[in-house]
Ligand binder design. Structure first.
Ligand code: SF4
Length: 389
């Protein structure tokens, strides 16, 4: 990828262009092609069409995807809201029931691959929640397919990601096929999407703004900030606070986890308990946090943190390896600001307030971390051998 290809733990050093698989699906009358876009894509896709980095182009991107021929256009931000419901519930359970601490986020496949190969002593600390695009993929092939009366074997799910490691994640374990179908059929990068749009002759700049498709599209502000370092933690804190206290944070903007500092630490008081948080981004900063936990373990002391977010790319997904080339810290910061503007503009700022998420649990999943949620929305991690050189 742009920053860490030399150290890429998933071997995604050479970009695999999979646009031909998407063209084939779009042209096959037997297939029902659907698509989703990740948080960080909407603030970077415009750079291929002359826009400033950070310009929020969510609704123009939905329009472009419809013109390409997708039957339904969903939003990974909805999947991010679902990930937060599961992960924040997992955190509240561990906090109340004395489970393995710290809980560590697992929505970045480059980080999970690194951990399985180089830090397997943290496997029990990982959240078992799948990443947002996987969750949305499996909901499309179960919940959406049932509601719409579509044969799930005909649904072809494409995810547009800021990421090259997502191409590996979609087949990483049996749980990525939990419904009997592959959650995600093809994962394209932001760069591949801009090539698809250009190759099809779509006049992106002059497209109208359009809405995404129900019932897997509408998202909260918490879902969109997933794309910036600290965003997963901020989204999780918003919902974990509500789960534990029954109330939202007085101010949902949780500034201590924002920005490009390599390791950010914060303490949050929730119902009289201190929650110690760490956020690390860019692979070179990850061991700093892990070693602090290891040192405490060796001394028999409590963990210095109870909740850790890790993202492999500098700046989080806004600086991902599948984004337009040439990212600098200034560009990463502009893209992140676009996501925070999106968050502030949303009617609902917390994942648990998203009415479509509430309906999904009521009609289909039961409750967060239910048996059905575990079957479809969670995964496992295991030690793996590093690749041979
Ligand atoms: Fe992919 Fe980078 Fe985001 Fe991780 S931080 S999910 S590797 S884009």
């Amino acid at each position: 990828c742009g920053q860490c290809s030399a150290h890429c733990p998933v071997g995604a050093i050479y970009e695999q262009d999979e646009t031909s698989k998407v063209w084939e699906a779009l042209e096959d009358p037997e297939i029902y092609p659907v698509v989703q876009i990740a948080p960080a894509v909407r603030v970077a896709i415009g750079e291929a069409f002359g826009y400033e980095p950070g310009t929020l182009l969510t609704r123009k991107t939905y329009a472009a995807l419809r013109r390409l021929g997708f039957e339904a256009v969903f939003d990974t931000n909805f999947g991010a809201d679902l990930t937060i419901m599961e992960e924040a519930t997992e955190f509240a359970h561990r906090l109340n029931d004395g489970g393995e601490m710290p809980l560590i986020t697992s929505c970045c496949p480059a980080w999970t691959d690194y951990m399985e190969k180089f830090a397997p002593d943290f496997i029990d600390n990982f959240s078992s929640a799948k990443s947002p695009h996987e969750m949305l993929g499996v909901m499309a092939k179960t919940y959406y397919a049932q509601k719409m009366g579509i044969d799930p074997s005909k649904i072809f799910m494409v995810s547009i990601m800021p990421c090259t490691a997502k191409k590996y994640e979609i087949t990483r374990s049996d749980e990525m096929f939990a419904s009997g179908h592959q959650d995600i059929d093809v994962s394209l990068t932001t760069r591949e999407l801009s090539r698809l749009i250009k190759a099809s002759g779509i006049d992106f700049v002059n497209l109208p703004d359009e809405d995404c498709d129900s019932i897997l599209g509408d998202y909260s502000g918490a879902g969109t900030i997933f794309g910036a370092t600290g965003g997963v933690m901020e989204a999780a804190v918003r919902t974990a606070h509500h789960l534990i206290t029954g109330k939202n944070l007085p101010d949902v903007n949780y500034e201590p986890v924002r920005g490009l500092e390599g390791v950010k630490e914060a303490t949050l008081e929730v119902a009289g308990q201190e929650i110690r948080i760490a956020v690390a981004h860019w692979m070179c900063n990850i061991d700093t946090v892990l070693n602090r936990v290891r040192e405490a373990r060796e001394r028999g002391a409590p963990s210095p943190y109870q909740f850790i977010e890790v993202m492999a790319c500098r700046g989080g997904c806004v600086g991902g390896g599948g984004q337009p080339y040439g990212a600098t810290d200034e560009i990463r910061a502009k893209r992140a600001r676009g996501l925070y503007r999106d968050d502030e503009s949303r009617e609902h700022r917390c994942s648990h307030e998203n009415p479509f998420i509430q309906t999904l649990y009521k009609d289909f999943l039961g409750e967060p971390c239910s048996e059905k949620s575990h079957e479809l929305l969670h995964t496992e991690y295991r030690p793996r051998k590093p690749y041979k050189k």
